[in-house]
Design a protein. Structure first.
Length: 226
């Protein structure tokens, strides 16, 4: 293979969707044991190939001990996206039902009855994946991600275990670790309906779960103080 042909082939491969799953992958093997001179491949091409290989190294999970059900599923960007996904379901299946004018007893009753729905398997996509598209690893729906287009897509994890691990993390986050905090948030401002509170920003940001950067609920807190 000429240097020009090798360069063209490698460039094409670098712009293709790269799958780490065994059911889609066209693979180009470049032997590290073969010297550039013997293979006839430009040393610069070999360096580019090594760079691609390094890019596939796994980032450590936010909790490398594997003890925290949510933080063990991946690096911070994955955990942040998982937290926001769970919080959005909480907002839709629990918080939106609770009216500010209700009595506290009715709010608590609705909260307890609806909370498990936030982490029900039926509330989430059948096929969930961990992928990367140039802005850090994310958790998402495989079908939506594949339709997204745009930048090069690299799938890091796929399979039933991705959703299973997420649901375990969701239940720990919403039904155990922050259950009381979520209820208190709904009760702390009797004039505000649950649907008007930014639960993804409040729960996942620095003030609570601390898995996402930024302080997305500053406006909301300012409103509550009025």
């Amino acid at each position: 293979m000429s240097r020009l042909a090798a360069r063209t082939l490698l460039t094409s491969l670098m712009t293709m969707v790269r799958f780490n799953c065994t059911f889609f992958v066209p693979v180009l093997l470049l032997s590290e044991g073969a010297a550039a001179a013997d293979s006839g491949v430009d040393p610069e091409i070999m360096e580019l190939a090594k760079g691609m290989k390094k890019d596939k190294k796994k980032e450590p999970p936010m909790d490398p001990t594997g003890e925290h059900p949510l933080k063990k599923i991946g690096p911070k960007s994955v955990v942040c996206s998982a937290c926001k996904m769970a919080a959005k379901q909480f907002q839709g299946k629990v918080a939106r039902k609770i009216k500010g004018k209700w009595k506290e007893s009715k709010k608590k009753e609705t909260f307890e009855a609806s909370l498990p729905d936030s982490c029900a398997a039926s509330a989430y996509p059948d096929s969930m994946i961990i992928y990367e598209r140039g802005d850090g690893q994310q958790l998402g729906d495989m079908a939506d991600t594949m339709r997204g287009g745009g930048r090069t897509l690299s799938i890091k994890k796929a399979g039933d275990h991705v959703k299973t691990e997420f649901l375990e993390g969701c239940k720990h986050l919403l039904l155990v670790e922050f259950k009381d905090a979520l209820l208190n948030k709904l009760l702390s401002n009797p004039k505000k309906n649950g649907r008007d509170i930014d639960f993804p920003g409040w729960l996942c940001g620095p003030k609570q779960a601390q898995v996402c950067d930024g302080d997305e609920d500053s406006e909301e807190d300012a409103d509550e103080e009025l």
